[in-house]
Design a protein around this ligand. Sequence first.
Ligand code: TYM
Length: 427
Amino acid sequence: MKLSPILTTMLISTLNGTFTRAFTRQISHYRAISTQTLLQSSTAAEAPTEETTQQVKTAPPKRILSGVQPTGTIHLGNYLGAIRQWVELQRNSDNEKDESLFCVVDLHAITQPQDPKELGESTLMSAAIYLAAGIDPKKSKVFVQSHVPAHSELGWLLTCVTPMNWLERMIQYKDKADKIAKNGDNSSGVGVGLFTYPVLMAADILLYGATHVPVGEDQRQHLELCRDLVRRFNDKYCKGNAYKKRCKKAGMPTYPVFREPEAMIQKVEGTARVMSLTDGTNKMSKSDANDYSRINVLDDPAVIRDKIKKAKTDAFVGLEWDNAERPEATNLLNIYLAVQPPKEEGGLSKEEIADQVKDMSWGDFKPILAEAVVAHLEPIQKTYKEIRENDTYLNDVLKDGADAANEIALSKVKAARFAMGFAQPSS
Ligand code: TYM
């Protein structure tokens, strides 16, 4: 199992009995360096210098941002569709000026009722899973959305420029509202927060000038809305000589406040939309009342084995991909493919798997799938436990992330306020 340098330091230092001091040093070291780097290039990304203009021609730096809601525990869909892609992007970065920010979007979680006793804990769990899955706080910022007040403020500013009918079209809103109504859980109606949620998501992205947003397929429409909002805001508020004059007078940059982000949808077979274990035509989801419909990243091996054992099957003999009558077979094979170790460690390709399973019964295949999932999640679960045993470490990572995020976000929200014409507070 590979440990991140931070965790290696934690373990070695613990053995030496010097854990706290060494660890505090490590944290302050990367805090100083990484905050500085992020802020330097934040300015560069928005006001290109000669040097960065040169770079734009070769490999433009990416600003990557994404997040997961801390509702319940993170499942295999969130991990394969989003978090694993973040880790790969971090690992395969081809430009040292690339930057990544990953937030736990707790303000989104409260669009549906949350137990105050649990929200804080599930927020920390989510952040720890990001780290355990391979997000390295020396390379990426990890923070909690509610620790950066600019999200709420920009969310409101953008709400005021969003037409109702743009939000009425949102598929996820319609689905969730339908579900709430069907479950008879509609005593106080569908919350306004659920309706305006995609605007807050746009604010999350635009605050950081994100160029790339790695998400699962279900977020594609929200990204389109975000791009529409950029065009609408920039057209309405950041155009014309009057705007330029006002900017010059106030010493503000004259370029448009926001830039259009690009959605990065996971390309690994089937993982942009991992389906439910109990219905291969439905997305694996935290909001499904049946926990047996999903595998959670922190599920015990025995629970994973049991969930896979009870997963929906069909009456066909032999397993195969892409038979329209067999959505469960395609889904479980996609999961099996996605959790394969690297080829050097014995991982199988899609063709090799197709050959391996073509004559298998469900009874033969399910234990093999279960062991592959358990083996894939085991190192993540182990690192997760190590992280959760050290509150100081996690809190320091989140504090460092929030400090860096606050600085970038505040300057962006100030630019948005200025473009909209708010009176500037006297300094
Ligand atoms: P959320 O919390 O529902 O899901 C987090 C991420 O997991 C992906 N995902 C899936 N991918 C594949 N198969 C599935 N079954 C599956 N279920 C979920 C989602 O596409 C997402 O990438 N609105 C977002 C959170 C958010 C956000 C943002 C994302 C808020 N602000 C800014 C990116 C940038 C959401 O509810 O994701």
